[in-house]
Design a protein around this ligand. Structure first.
Ligand code: 2HA
Ligand code: ZN
Length: 272
């Protein structure tokens, strides 16, 4: 039988988390990822559900994510270590039919469990699946310049979006709907999960002020590509702060939107 440790799902998460660690975004146990996997793909490795143990979710998950399988980074685990030992640092869980328990199928050796941000992840998956049934990934990380930028500007999604769009011509093309912004909040809570998921109804990106960012996507490249574009743009913004001579003109942003037929976030750029 094929081993789950050799699956493309484990390989993809192992490779991207190593990459993110090397980018300096995921210090210590910072960051977490959840990957929704179809039952037919799970069956290639597990012909039937045999659970190792159950883990209490400590909240009730939305119906849309119940009976679904997620590969999830473990709480307290370091991104840098996943590639060396995926079976200790990752877990494959099935959310039970009542939405209150995660059944463990694989991983979390040595008694581990899902990231402390799993409520935010599951609520965000539910929000994204309602607007995009192909969404599979929720990715959370601590990119340095994105955090710097959120620290230096008001906690306002129109302002954050506008500053990003006006710093890098790629920005409006990659995230025309803009970026959602939450103020500094206590992380690892149901409250921040609900607030994040509410933003995820309209945005694929949500900035957690003074903490990091959430990205959503159909696959790892999509979610990572969104976050890396924000981070690159935030780096440009921070490195040029106080020195800008050539800001991107509104007409160029509107021109890009027209060229790529983009529906852009309203209220950011004035249509003349
Ligand atoms: O998993 O990033 O937000 C550690 C964190 C908490
Ligand atoms: Zn975090």
């Amino acid at each position: 039988m094929k081993q789950f440790i050799d699956s493309k799902f484990v390989k993809e998460i192992s490779e991207i988390t190593s990459n993110m660690y090397r980018l300096g975004w995921d210090e210590r146990n910072g960051g977490n990822i959840s990957y929704l996997i179809d039952e037919e793909d799970v069956r290639e490795y597990f012909p039937k559900d045999v659970f190792i143990r159950d883990i209490d979710l400590q909240f009730t998950a939305d119906e849309i994510v119940r009976n679904k399988y997620f590969l999830v980074t473990g709480t307290g685990k370091y991104f840098k270590n996943i590639i060396k030992d995926p079976e200790t640092n990752l877990g494959l869980v099935k959310i039970d039919k009542n939405g209150q328990t995660a059944h463990l199928l694989w991983g979390y050796r040595e008694g581990g469990k899902m990231t402390s941000e799993f409520p935010s992840h599951l609520m965000s998956h539910a929000a994204r699946l309602k607007v995009n049934p192909n969404n599979r990934i929720i990715m959370h990380t601590h990119p340095t310049y994105t955090i710097c930028m959120g620290t230096c500007i008001p906690t306002d999604e129109v302002i954050f979006t506008k500053k990003l769009w006006k710093s890098n011509t790629e920005a409006v093309v990659v995230f025309p709907e803009g970026i959602g912004v939450l103020p500094c909040m206590v992380c690892g809570t149901i409250e921040i999960g609900k607030a994040t998921a509410e933003k995820m109804e309209n945005f694929r990106l949500v900035s957690w002020t003074n903490h990091g960012i959430y990205g959503a996507g159909d696959n790892i490249d999509d979610a990572f590509g969104l976050i890396e574009t924000v981070e690159k743009t935030a780096q440009i913004y921070m490195l040029t702060l106080g020195h800008v001579v050539n800001e991107i003109p509104d007409e160029v942003i509107l021109g890009l939107a027209k060229l790529w037929n983009l529906k852009i976030m309203p209220g950011v750029i004035e249509e003349k």
